[in-house]
Each structure stands twice: as structure tokens, then as C-alpha cells.
Design a protein around this ligand. Structure first.
Ligand SMILES: Nc1ncnc2c1ncn2[C@@H]1O[C@H](COP(=O)(O)OP(=O)(O)OP(=O)(O)O)[C@@H](O)[C@H]1O
Length: 618
């Protein structure tokens, strides 16, 4: 046996009127929309609608109600029952239930939004030569309908909707508020709309071509519009058009960096009526550097009209608008390079995010965006012209460590450690297979440093053994090479992978939980690389240390060189490193003043307990 759902009307009215919409202010939009649709329908049958819409706010009606009059198609008594009093029934859909192109409404629920501000909605309406009908709807789901008495017949077809205010909502029906809202939603409507005696419609839409308007005055008009509506002076304006979606509009480029993670909201009009000021998803996500105002006749709103319906047309529109912005950028690159450089200075993060997948944008960045290199700031294209292969360091820290040493070895390196940079450099061969790129880690650099000749190598062996014993406590590998600059005694090299594994090992030692410790341990199994301290055999101090032959002094010198290299490489100091710094400084001071270094623990400052477990991890 089949049953039909039972509906608690009070609940449905409450749900639709109070919970669908973000703010009570949309009631003005819904009323205007119904009036305009009714006029469209009347015009289609040859009626005269030139009077337009007239709104009487609460102050002018004298009884606290708001009235909105339209010379539209009106309703017959049976249509009132069918359309006004049936939730979800609309005259604006075709036989197949599709929204009819010429109308703004389609869902058959908009009128209910008035219950956010009113307890009672009264409709006084006449269709053609039919008798005038009076309908009253209440927020609890009841309605009354009757034919109007002889003295209340409308002289012309059309409709008047009257709202009796809800307690504490009276201010929504006041002149100031209604004028502001009618201007906000209706100022671009193609029919006259008046609030009291004030005409709120008229004036060109931002995207309109005004006859005889010059390029500069159009630009000034658009900039003014942007200042008024969005509150900023645009860096540039880009005209938008997608004929398939009946879309016209303008994109305003932000004059300051925007957060790429924030969803950008646009101002969207539907058939010249403002849908919402905060529509998301109109543009691709990467286009976070623009705010748009557009009008569309084809895109569909959701029932609340706070968003656009995600369908294939919206996807297509998003693609076309994305192409348009991309084209604008490319043209900027070909024409005004100063403006492009300025644009990239402001919005490089957005363009980089785009260039990770987009060849055109990657070419643009390649030509125009200056990267930090150890030869000074250069675009990647300039770098290639001068040095061929694009050697790059994938981390800022590593770049800092190796930049000067690599420069002294005549190895130009690009700092590709900032967000997206290494992905972009690595992708360069995709746009031009003749481009060679190579990541340079500090381990690679160590391999490029000149080894010592056999005689020098055997001479440093005893020193190296002591140095390694000293640095084992810090989990560091030591080697001696000859490299430039001569003034640099020691270089601390830690590549990204090794650094990560050191952190994991440290986490494993610290972990209270055995399972967690073994998980961390599994990542480090089989990898015993350690950071390296490369001592420079060309440096006079290192030469002296190598030949000193005094075990205690050698230990102090190696500790000192190690900590100094850490500081130069901007590495954070662990407690064990700080202790080494103290130990070597005080020890060397003691020796310089003619005394011995003294046994550990007798120095006046904090000292390192040489037997303490050192732990790795920086
Ligand atoms: N001013 C008016 N003149 C003539 N008919 C009207 C008027 N206002 C409402 N109606 C009728 O009442 C119906 C219901 O209106 P309502 O605003 O609830 O929904 P809608 O406009 O059809 O769709 P939506 O929910 O998308 O706004 C309309 O389809 C229309 O037929």
C-alpha cells in the first residue's frame, strides 16, 4: 500500500524562509525579481509596462507596511491557489520542469523569503480583464483568498504585494534600508524601479560600451566603480565575455598580494539583477589575484541564490575566463615588460602556482621572474644564456650553505628553495627539451671539491683521525679538501634528505612509545649518511691545525671550527653544540693566555660532559 509524505507546513515555511538565505535583506531581491518577471510576461503579450516597479517603504504607507507595485501579468483566482499558495510551484518553468530562459525565478519558493521580515504577506492582483483577487498568507502556513469587493478592483492589470512587519524586523522595511537594497540588487535592471520618488535604476553597467567614451575615460570609470564596490584601485582591468553563457563583465586585478588559500568571491548579476556579492568558483582557483563583476543570462543559481549551480556550463565558463586572464598576462609579457615585472612582484605566488601545470605561464616566469642565484638576481632565461645548465638548490638552507663555496668553484647555482621554485625549474625541459637542469645538493658539491694530493692526504691522516673522534660525538663526518674561497676554514654540509633522517632518528630516540619509535626507525634503516664538516686545506688556520701535533689543542680547534661552520651555515645549535662552543672558546682562551685547557669540567663556564650521549637531530 502506498502513502504520501505528510508535511508540517509551519516547519517547511520556517525552513525555507529562515534557513535557506544568508540574510533577511534578500527579501527585496525576491520581490523585485517577481515584479520584473511579471512585467516580462506581460510585455510578451503586448502589455504596457513602462511605469515600472514602485516600492513604498514603511514610512510612506503610513501603516508600517511595505508595498511593491508592478504593472505585470498579474494572477487569476485559480493561479493564486496554484502558484502563490503551492510551495515549490512556479509559473517560470516549462512543461518539462526546466527554468524558462526569460525569467529570473524558477523554484517557486522566493516569496517565502518575505517571512524573514513579515508575519503576513498580502497580494492584490489582476490578470487581464479578470476580477481582482486578494490573497493573504501567514507564516504558520495558512492563507486566505477572495475576490476583491467592487470598491477594491484594480484599474489596470498588475500586482501589489504588501508586507506587514514581523516584530523587531520593522527596520528592514524602512526607506533608507529599502532604497539601499533596491539599488544594490536592482540598479542595473532594464526596467525603471523607484523607491518612493527615487529612481534607483539607470546608468551604464561597468562592462557597457558607452557611445563616444574614450579609452582613458572608460578606464577611469571602471577604476571608480572598483573603488566604490570593492574598495581598491585596481592594478589593471580586463574585459570578460563568454557568449555561450550570455556573460559580460570585468576582472579587476588586485594591487596588493592576496592569500592564495582564500577563496575569492565575485559579484555576479543574473539577467541584470544582482545575485550575490560573494559568488565563489566563477574563476579557476589560481586566479586569486582578481575580483570580478559579471552579468550572465545562462548560468543557473542555486535555490538560495547564494551560489552558482555546478554544471558543465559553469565549468566551461571557468575555463574560458581562465584562458582570458592567461592571455592578458601573456600579452603583458609581449608588450609592457615594466608592468609585467610589477605584476609579478605583487602576484608571483599565484603565477607560480599556475606555472606548475601551465607551459605558457612557465615561459612567462622563465623570461621575467628574477631568481636569487649565487651570481646575483637573474631570470632563468638569463642564467641559461650565461651558464648553460640550470644548476639549482632545492632548499633555501642548502643554498645558503653552498652559495659562496659553489661561486668560488665557478659553479653558478639558482636558489630554488622557495614555494614552487624547484618544481618550476625541474619542469623547464617540458617546455623546451634543449634546456638542461640539475639539482645540486650539498653532497654533490662535496663531491666536486678538489681532493688532496696523495702526499697531503697522508700528512693529514693523524689529524683527521683525531678530528673524526671529536666529531663522532656530534654525529658528523669530517673530510679535508682544498677549495676556494681560501678565507673559509670549514664548510658544514647537510642535505635535505640527511637532515630529515637526522630528525627522524632524533624523534626515534626521544619517542616514549615503542611502536612509534619503530615506525620512525623504519624510515632511517639503511641510511647512515651523516652531515659533513669539510675542512679547507687551503685555509692557513686549518693548515696550522693539521700540523699542530697537540691532541688537546687539536680537539679544541676542531670543535671551534665545527661550531663556527654551523653558525655560518645558519644552522640551529643543539645543546651539545652550544656546550662545544663554550668548551672550545674557553679552552682556546686558556691556552692563549699561557695555561692549559684544563680538564673538562673545571672551566668556569658551562661545559660539555664528554661522555654524555650526544643524540643526533638538529
Ligand atoms: N508580482 C507577481 N506578479 C505575478 N505573479 C507573481 C508575482 N509574485 C509571485 N508570482 C507568482 O508566484 C509564483 C511563486 O513565486 P516565488 O517568488 O515564490 O517563486 P518563483 O519566482 O517562481 O521562483 P524562485 O523561488 O526562484 O523565486 C511565481 O512563479 C509567480 O507565478
Amino acid at each position: 500500500m502506498g502513502y504520501t509524505f505528510h508535511v508540517d507546513l509551519r516547519g517547511i515555511v520556517d525552513l525555507l524562509s529562515h534557513h535557506l538565505y544568508a540574510s533577511p535583506q534578500v527579501y527585496v531581491r525576491e520581490l523585485l525579481q517577481n515584479a520584473v518577471d511579471a512585467m516580462t510576461a506581460r510585455r510578451a503579450v503586448g502589455g504596457d509596462v513602462s511605469d515600472g516597479v514602485r516600492i513604498e517603504p514603511a514610512e510612506s504607507t503610513g501603516d508600517g507596511t511595505l508595498r511593491i507595485h508592478d504593472p505585470g501579468i498579474g494572477l487569476t483566482e485559480s493561479q493564486v491557489h496554484e502558484l502563490l499558495a503551492t510551495i515549490g510551484r512556479s509559473s517560470k518553468r516549462d512543461d518539462f520542469g526546466f527554468a524558462r530562459q526569460e525569467f529570473l525565478g524558477q523554484f517557486g519558493i522566493g516569496l517565502l523569503s518575505c517571512f524573514m521580515v513579515a508575519d503576513e504577506i498580502r497580494v492584490w492582483t489582476r490578470h487581464g480583464d479578470e476580477p481582482t483577487v486578494e490573497w493573504t498568507g501567514y507564516a504558520d502556513g495558512r492563507y486566505e483568498v477572495r475576490l476583491a469587493p467592487a470598491d477594491r478592483q484594480r484599474p489596470e492589470p498588475g500586482t501589489t504585494v504588501t508586507l506587514a512587519p514581523r516584530r523587531d524586523m520593522e527596520h528592514w522595511l524602512g526607506t533608507e534600508t529599502v532604497r539601499r537594497l533596491a539599488t544594490l540588487y536592482g540598479s542595473m535592471l532594464p526596467v525603471p524601479v523607484r523607491v518612493g520618488d527615487t529612481l534607483v535604476t539607470g546608468g551604464p553597467a561597468p562592462w557597457d560600451d558607452v557611445p563616444a567614451e574614450s579609452g582613458p575615460s572608460r578606464r577611469a570609470r571602471l577604476e571608480n566603480y572598483c573603488r566604490e564596490v570593492f574598495g581598491f584601485s585596481p592594478f589593471a582591468t580586463v574585459d570578460l565575455a563568454v557568449p555561450e553563457a550570455g556573460l559580460r563583465g570585468v576582472a579587476f586585478v588586485l594591487p596588493a598580494p592576496a592569500n592564495p588559500a582564500t577563496r575569492v568571491a565575485h559579484r555576479v548579476y543574473l539577467k541584470q539583477m544582482l545575485l550575490s556579492e560573494s559568488i565563489e568558483g566563477l574563476l579557476p582557483e589560481w586566479a586569486f589575484f582578481v575580483r570580478c563583476v559579471v552579468d550572465t543570462s545562462e548560468l543557473r543559481p542555486t535555490a538560495s541564490r547564494e551560489a552558482l549551480y555546478e554544471d558543465s556550463l559553469l565549468t566551461e565558463v571557468r575555463d574560458v575566463l581562465g584562458d582570458r586572464l592567461r592571455g592578458w598576462l601573456t600579452r603583458l609579457g609581449r608588450g609592457d615588460s615594466g608592468q609585467l615585472a610589477e605584476f609579478l612582484r605583487i602576484h608571483h605566488l599565484g603565477v607560480k602556482a599556475l606555472a606548475v601545470h601551465d607551459d605558457e605561464m612557465l615561459r612567462l616566469l622563465d623570461q621575467w621572474w628574477p631568481f636569487e642565484t649565487n651570481q646575483g638576481p637573474l631570470t632563468l632565461a638569463e642564467f641559461r644564456d650565461r651558464y648553460g645548465t640550470v644548476r639549482y638548490s632545492p632548499s633555501v638552507d642548502e643554498f645558503r650553505q653552498i652559495a659562496s663555496v659553489a661561486a668560488a668553484q665557478s659553479i653558478p647555482v639558482v636558489n630554488a628553495g622557495y614555494v614552487y621554485d624547484s618544481a618550476l625549474v625541474a619542469r623547464l625541459p617540458d617546455v623546451d627539451p634543449s634546456i638542461r637542469v640539475e639539482a645540486l645538493s650539498s653532497t654533490d658539491l662535496a663531491a666536486e671539491l678538489e681532493p688532496l694530493d696523495p702526499a697531503a692526504a697522508s700528512a693529514v691522516r693523524p689529524f683527521l683521525a683525531t678530528a673524526q673522534r671529536t666529531l663522532d660525538r656530534f654525529g658528523v663526518e669530517v673530510q679535508v679538501n682544498a677549495f676556494d674561497p681560501v678565507s673559509l676554514p670549514a664548510l658544514y654540509l647537510l642535505d635535505g634528505d640527511t637532515g630529515l633522517r637526522m630528525d627522524l632518528r632524533h624523534g626515534q630516540q626521544e619517542a616514549a612509545d615503542e611502536t612509534w619509535a619503530s615506525i620512525l626507525g623504519s624510515f632511517t634503516v639503511g641510511h647512515d649518511e651523516r652531515p659533513r664538516l669539510v675542512l679547507n686545506h687551503r685555509n692557513p688556520l686549518v693548515r696550522q691545525a693539521v700540523g699542530i701535533g697537540d691532541e688537546e689543542l687539536t680537539v679544541l680547534a676542531v670543535e671551534g671550527l665545527y661550531v663556527q661552520a654551523l653558525l655560518l651555515g645558519h644552522q640551529p645549535l643543539r645543546p651539545v653544540d652550544t656546550a662545544a662552543l663554550n668548551q672550545s672558546f674557553l679552552g682556546l682562551l686558556g691556552r692563549a693566555m699561557g695555561g692549559g685547557a684544563g680538564p673538562a669540567g673545571t672551566s668556569p663556564g658551562p661545559v660539555v660532559d664528554r661522555d654524555e650521549p650526544t643524540g643526533e637531530g638538529r
